[in-house]
Design a protein around this ligand. Structure first.
Ligand code: GDP
Length: 522
């Protein structure tokens, strides 16, 4: 099969959601369709002894390298599916954001009983900035939830993206009868127990559901949508301006398969990516890719690291020689892994869109570009994501100050955590997106640099970078803390939304940059 064919089959995506919206349950159904697991329900069913190898939550969790679960790949119909895990819960970290730079589209799950939740908003913003297609699955229709029209307007208002419902629910909770498929012109009846019955439009009238008052009410709603709703527009979906919305229930496996099929049809294959020498098309014969995540093994018996590389162009072959653009060094990629959902397997070949794991003898950095050609171009730098929590950090034993500095320098460079210095005191402040980053930092300082550290929490803060020099140091205090980042750029850590607003109103002349708004990383 030609490279072009291989690449056009690739669908590389992440599922984003707030904890408990149903990401695990939905993923499990997709793995089941892909015949990766034998039985849906095995991912979390620890008691059955039938572990799905994809059980990223538990199996390798013990702070080891959970590579098997970081990427799940499988063939499905004419597609080659790559699902990238975006850890949530206590594992939420900058890696979660960075992973979103490596996908071509995104599935956003919304819990119909809760609507748009905070973690979804954060992850959504990163996807939106990249202009990638976003597909919405509104989950848990078998439960009494918010009104579907209300959910749509929440998506439009809170997230600022237009929506187009691909199907429409008939009732919900105990009255949940099924969905009306707007594309196929069918009604899919919900029968519980993973049963669906598809009724063609012209047969609905005489059917059981066709005369149900809830169905008739739904028809009125649908009419409203037809008249006042958005038009479906493939190009706008591809540009991430319009999100197709699907209603269903992951747990009941209702509406999931049809969602997946339609999603794969509209989700895009790998797209050209920007480098310092212009855009590189995925079909370019020469292999190239960049590293978006490095995972250090926390198990002292396996002190290896794995760099996750997104293949951006061409074909990868095991043992091939590549150039690391940052250093112009040539490296041979022998120890590589592809992530099939069942196991880590050695990868012999991979194509643009795939993710491979490369054994890292401590030479790679996040954002590094590898190319097979000699040109040595570099993919755009990965964006810096604004941290939300901050802690001061100190070395417990001052005799270890040197190792402390060295450890911080390396871990910051690796992208494990973000470094700031308080301008007035020179205290070191570490910023993170999730608590896990501090735990990993503390552990690695001890294990790799033999340094005990202590943290002084500063709580959540709102960071804004200062974009001009129209400020004086006396404007700042402990509520609006002036700091410098690792590149010596000034930033302010605001205590809360109120102090931020108050400050910006009093100092309109100072340009305060929200990294999430300013990043342009298409
Ligand atoms: P995650 O945290 O996003 O991975 O969420 P999970 O997939 O673990 O789901 C969280 C909880 O919601 C679990 O108890 C699931 O059984 C439940 N759940 C997931 N999907 C549905 C659904 O469609 N209907 C109902 N009623 N519960 C669901």
């Amino acid at each position: 099969m030609s490279i072009d064919n291989e690449i056009s089959k690739r669908r590389t995506f992440a599922i984003i959601s707030h904890p408990d919206a149903g990401k695990t349950t939905l993923t499990e159904k997709l793995l089941y369709f892909g015949k990766v697991i034998r039985e849906a329900g095995t991912v979390k069913g620890k008691k059955t002894g039938k572990f799905a190898a994809s059980d990223w939550m538990e199996i390798e969790k013990k702070r080891g390298i959970s590579v098997t679960s970081s990427v799940m790949s499988f063939p499905y119909h004419d597609f080659h599916v790559n699902i990238l895990d975006t850890p949530g819960h206590e594992d939420f970290s900058e890696d979660t954001y960075r992973t979103l730079t490596a996908v071509d589209s995104v599935v956003m799950i919304i819990d119909s009983t809760k609507g748009v939740e905070p973690q979804t908003i954060k992850l959504f913003k990163v996807c939106r900035m990249r202009g990638i297609p976003i597909f919405t699955f509104i989950n848990k229709l078998d439960r009494e939830g918010k009104d579907p029209l209300e959910l749509l307007s929440e998506i439009e208002e809170v997230l600022g993206i237009e929506s187009y419902p691909m199907n429409w629910p008939v009732g919900m909770g105990k009255r949940f009868l099924g969905i009306i498929d707007r594309e196929q012109h069918t009604v899919v009846q919900f029968k519980g127990n993973e049963q669906e019955e598809i009724i063609p439009a012209d047969e609905v009238e005489g059917s059981e559901i066709g005369s149900h008052p809830t169905y008739l009410e739904t028809l009125d709603e649908l009419e409203l949508l037809e008249e006042a709703g958005n038009q479906f527009d493939t190009d706008r979906v591809k540009r991430g301006e319009l999100t197709p919305v699907f209603f269903g229930s992951a747990l009941a496996n209702f509406g999931v398969k049809s969602f997946f099929d339609v999603f794969l049809q509209y989700a895009v294959p790998p797209q050209p990516r920007r480098t310092n020498q212009g855009f590189i098309s995925p079909e370019t014969e020469e292999f190239s890719g960049y590293i978006f995540k490095i995972q250090a093994n926390m198990n002292p018996a396996h002190r290896d690291r794995i760099a996750f590389l997104r293949v951006c162009s061409g074909r990868f072959e095991r043992g091939m020689s590549v150039q690391l653009s940052r250093t112009n060094k040539t490296l041979k990629l022998n120890q590589t892994q592809v992530f099939m959902a069942k196991d880590r397997e050695t990868v012999d070949e991979a194509f643009a869109g795939d993710i491979i794991g490369i054994y890292d003898p401590n030479v790679y950095q996040i954002g590094d570009t590898l190319t097979a050609g000699k040109e040595g171009y570099q993919y755009d730098e990965l964006p810096q994501f604004p941290p939300e929590m901050f802690k001061k950090v100190r070395v417990k034993n001052v005799m270890k100050a040197k190792q402390f500095r060295k450890g911080i320098e390396q871990l910051v460079q690796e992208g494990a955590i973000q470094y700031f210095r308080q301008d007035s005191t020179d205290d070191i402040i570490l910023g993170a997106v999730g608590q896990l980053q501090y735990e990993v930092f503390e552990y690695r300082m001890r294990a790799e640099y033999n340094v005990e550290i202590e943290f002084v929490p500063m709580g959540d803060r709102i960071p804004r970078w200062i974009g001009n020099d129209k400020f004086e140091k006396r404007f700042f205090d402990s509520r609006s803390l002036l700091v410098r980042d690792r590149n010596d750029q000034f930033a302010v850590l605001f205590e809360n939304e109120f102090t931020f607003r108050h400050f910006s109103e009093n100092h309109k002349e100072i340009q305060l940059i929200d990294l999430l708004q300013e990043n342009d990383y298409q």
